[in-house]
Structure formats: C-alpha cells, structure tokens
Design a protein around this ligand. Structure first.
Ligand code: SF4
Length: 65
C-alpha cells in the first residue's frame, strides 16, 4: 500500500530539519517560512520516516492511501 506524507502547516515551526533530512520530498517555502511537501514520493521511506520522527513540532504525518 502506498503511503504519502503531509504537513500540518499551521503547526510547522519552520526549522528546516525535514528539508535537511530529505530535501527530495520536503522544502521550506521562503515566503511563508513553513515547510511543504512538494514531492510526496520523491524520497526513500526511511528518510521520510526520519523526518517524521525528528520534526520538533510533530506535524508531519503519514496518510495511507
Ligand atoms: S521539521 Fe517539522 S517544524 Fe521543522 S520545518 Fe519540517 S515540518 Fe516544520
């Protein structure tokens, strides 16, 4: 089953950690200063999981499809 990630942007602190861990999937929007998922399937799942686990705001979630 495919899984995708999403970010609850209002909870994001804009720390950039997710982008540091997996820049293929996450990036910080320079205008809003919150992270966004621009390519949900762009990176390996273990790196995405690492971003989920490392996010200080705990605002990155998996969504089962
Ligand atoms: S790690 Fe979490 S708080 Fe930090 S930029 Fe990414 S989504 Fe936002």
């Amino acid at each position: 089953m495919a899984r995708t990630v999403y970010i609850v942007e209002q909870d994001c602190q804009g720390c950039g950690l997710c982008e540091d861990i997996c820049p293929e999937v996450f990036r910080l929007n320079e205008q809003t200063e919150v992270a966004e998922v621009f390519k949900p399937a762009g990176g390996p799942e273990d790196l995405i999981q690492q971003a989920v686990d490392s996010c200080p705001a705990e605002c990155i979630y998996w969504e089962e499809e």
